[in-house]
Design a protein around this ligand. Structure first.
Ligand SMILES: C[S@@+](CC[C@H](N)C(=O)[O-])C[C@H]1O[C@@H](n2cnc3c(N)ncnc32)[C@H](O)[C@@H]1O
Length: 226
């Protein structure tokens, strides 16, 4: 039986956790030299005292925020469904708080906690699951808080077809250790905006540029309660 795409996403991340950890720790994604500082700057703009990193992976962003000397952040929580990634995050940052939970079980894992900033850094890939997790995240965002979502820029990854829909994944450019790339749901910019507006959030976006080509590498949505 063919696996549902939402399930195939998690199966793929579970199967590729080890090469993913090696890739990030070897700084193996060139665009991250731009997109990593872009998301850190976006978070710091709000001077949050608490941050939730949703789909934290091997934990680089939580570690980077914890290492910033001047930041007023006193509580950083990372959450990811993949046990091997969460174990790596905990091992590298023993003082950190990392939860192992699928987005569908996030509400019970968070147990009523609220955050000044919630960040999803390249971690929203599904169709209905993304709409559902956004509704959950809104419940855990402080009234004056900000939800930040960084995703690959739709224009740069549409591959000639600018219509929202499921796409076949690819590990192109990554080592041969990766296999069974996760499917992902491509969204146009206007569909991303509509999704956030359906949650009653006010949104503005920034588009970090490749410093050489001056084309957008990603988009960062800043979503806040009106
Ligand atoms: C491309 S990685 C990004 C990791 C990290 N945010 C970063 O910036 O490197 C996507 C992450 O989202 C997580 N993820 C995807 N779907 C998820 C779900 N339904 N529940 C929990 N985690 C999920 C994956 O396990 C993976 O660690």
């Amino acid at each position: 039986m063919t696996q549902a795409p939402e399930d195939a996403i998690l199966a793929s991340w579970a199967a590729n956790a080890a090469p993913w950890i090696a890739l990030l720790q070897g700084c193996g994604i060139a665009s991250r030299q731009t997109t990593n500082p872009a998301i850190i700057n976006a978070i710091n703009r709000y001077q949050p005292d608490s941050v939730l990193d949703v789909g934290c992976g091997e934990g680089w962003l939580c570690r980077a925020l914890a290492a910033e000397n001047n930041a007023p952040i006193t509580a950083i929580t990372g959450v990811d469904a993949i046990a091997a990634l969460v174990e790596n995050a905990r091992a590298q940052h023993p003082g950190g708080t990392y939860l192992c939970s699928d987005y569908s079980r996030l509400s019970s894992a968070l147990n009523g906690q609220t955050f000044a900033v919630i960040v999803c850094n390249f971690s929203l890939f599904g169709e209905h699951s993304v709409a559902q997790v956004l509704a959950t995240l809104k419940q855990h965002l402080r009234a004056d808080g900000t939800l930040l979502i960084q995703t690959l820029h739709p224009l740069m990854v549409c591959n000639g077809d600018y219509r929202s829909g499921w796409r076949t994944g690819s590990w192109a450019g990554c080592s041969g250790a990766f296999h069974d790339a996760p499917p992902w749901y491509f969204r146009t910019l206007s569909d991303w905006l509509a999704l956030l507006q359906q949650q009653g959030l006010h949104v503005y976006m920034e588009e970090p540029l490749d410093p050489q080509t001056h084309t957008p590498l990603s988009v960062i949505f800043h979503a806040r309660q009106p």
